[in-house]
Design a protein around this ligand. Structure first.
Ligand code: ATP
Ligand code: MG
Length: 272
């Protein structure tokens, strides 16, 4: 009887211990999983903060460069042009045809350089975006890219205002990169920028009718450009997505989607 009692108690104690160990292991595993999740979230937050700081630094550097270009080189070019005009007035009448042609050529080279400096400064700092917002800035981007060989359209059925400035800047930089890509690589004749606001989300697409490309092959090439990778990094800072609907031999369609924080009242009015 005693032996049976001892065995029963022993078994019970053993069972309790087993249950306790199982519960302990389950609790420990759950705790570890929670810690891992928290660690991953922290890592992701850090990554975003670093990305955001990188892009902020990039914008500040662009601003500095644009100012230096405008104030330094732009001013110097204006002074050089004035000096050339004075020189021309001095030698007027006492010079050969060859020299006056040379003066004219020099002046048009200065003019061309001034135009280029202005264009580069404008590309570096989107002043229209800062002053008037995303739509006028995209309109300007489309107008500037349009020429005899290429049409660039902005298709935006509703006017969208009051976007947070960081979001507007990000969308503008993405549009700028995609339009530049379509011009440089696609040999496109028509490029369309579409912009919609739907269900608290901004959707922007850039479509071209060019030669297309093999997205996977391009992304595997570590020596390749930075533009497309930067788009993904920029969007990841704001929880956005990009979809590349592209293939060799047909026009490319690149779609960007980003949620606008719900506490921001985006103003949408029908038709521009
Ligand atoms: N719209 C497009 N049509 C055809 N090919 C494209 C298009 N966009 C990108 N590509 C191809 O994808 C490649 C990578 O583009 P990405 O913007 O990342 O780099 P990049 O334009 O070459 O250089 P970067 O943007 O750094 O100046 C391009 O070199 C080009 O071959
Ligand atoms: Mg590019």
């Amino acid at each position: 009887m005693d032996a049976v009692f001892v065995i029963a108690v022993g078994t019970a104690v053993l069972l309790v211990m087993v249950v306790f160990i199982i519960l302990f292991v389950a609790y420990y595993q759950q705790k570890q999983a929670k810690q891992q999740l928290a660690f991953k979230e922290l890592q992701e937050r850090h990554r975003r903060e670093i990305m955001a700081a990188t892009f902020k630094g990039q914008e500040a550097e662009r601003k500095r460069l644009a100012e230096d270009l405008h104030d330094g080189i732009g001013t110097m070019l204006s002074v050089t042009k004035m000096s050339l005009n004075q020189l021309e007035r001095h030698i007027n009448g006492n010079t050969t045809m060859r020299v006056s042609l040379q003066v004219q050529k020099t002046r048009s080279m200065i003019d061309e350089t001034m135009t280029n400096v202005r264009r580069i400064s404008r590309d570096l700092v989107p002043t229209t975006l800062e002053r008037f917002g995303l739509l006028p800035a995209l309109e300007e981007l489309a107008d500037r890219a349009t020429d005899t060989e290429l049409e660039v359209h902005l298709d935006c059925p509703t006017s969208i205002a009051n976007l947070p400035s960081a979001l507007a800047l990000m969308l503008y930089r993405i549009a700028q990169e995609l339009v530049n890509n379509a011009i440089r690589h696609a040999r496109a004749r028509v490029i369309t920028i579409q912009l919609y606001y739907l269900n608290s989300e901004i959707r922007m697409s850039v479509l071209d009718d060019g030669v297309g490309f093999d997205f996977d092959a391009i992304m595997e090439n570590k020596q390749g450009g930075l533009g497309l990778r930067n788009i993904e990094s920029r969007l990841s800072v704001m929880d956005g997505h990009v979809t590349f609907d592209v293939a060799p031999g047909r026009g490319s369609q690149i779609h960007v989607q980003v949620r606008v924080p719900s506490n921001i009242p985006v103003m949408v009015a029908s038709s521009l």
